[in-house]
Design a protein around this ligand. Structure first.
Ligand code: C2R
Length: 190
């Protein structure tokens, strides 16, 4: 079993017609412990949606064999989506994508050695045709998790409903802010 740490949560996150299991559906991996402060946001978001996940470190250059083993075993172990974060020469998402046909979401990280995250994002986005990585914004680990939930919601009505509710909370927050601004004298045109 590859992961060092795993976390599971009950409730939703499974095909409607399947029994609920605690098997991780999303694998969160990153190049270094120093990425955790960013990547933990992905874990937090998955927990909010009740998605069982696993989280561990995999470095393509420091632990290349572990990377291959993790990627090749991911589907067999029941994972459906992988979220891979890295800083600097961030080859993790692309190389993981080379070893699995699971969807891979890349999170470029503005780490200590990074050139403001630009090197990381450029290492991820221009993948060769046939081996895509869905790259989110720099440090956007929460968005990576939401994208993973959207993928899982394709065949899960409960998750789709949870996403709808989540979107409504975003809308409500903006509408409340507009009301507060108006109370403070802000005049908008709509
Ligand atoms: P350290 O703090 O461990 O030096 O890592 C990590 O993702 C992290 O953002 C600094 C940054 O280096 C990244 N990292 C890579 C690789 N391994 C770690 N780019 C690799 O093998 O490509």
């Amino acid at each position: 079993m590859i992961p060092d740490a795993s976390a599971t949560a009950p409730t939703t996150g499974h095909d409607d017609d399947r029994p609920i299991t605690e098997t991780p559906l999303v694998g969160i991996i990153m190049g270094s412990k120093s990425d955790l402060k960013i990547m933990s946001a992905a874990a937090d978001a998955l927990r909010q949606f009740g998605i069982p996940y696993e989280i561990t470190l995999v470095s393509p250059h420091r632990t290349p064999h572990r990377m291959v083993e993790y990627s090749e075993s991911a589907r067999k172990r029941g994972l459906r989506v992988l979220i891979a974060g890295g800083g600097g020469a961030a080859h993790l998402p692309g190389m993981v994508a080379a070893f699995t046909t699971l969807p891979v979401i890349g999170v470029p990280i503005n780490s200590t050695l990074s050139i403001q995250g630009l090197d990381s994002i450029l290492s991820m986005i221009q993948m060769p045709n046939g081996v895509p990585v869905a790259t989110v914004g720099i440090d956007s680990a929460a968005n990576a998790a939401i994208l993973a939930v959207q993928m899982l919601a394709l065949n899960n009505a409960r998750l789709a409903d949870a996403l709808e509710k989540y979107r409504n909370t975003l809308k409500d927050r903006v509408m409340r802010t507009i009301e507060e601004l108006r109370k403070g004298g802000f005049q908008d045109d709509v």
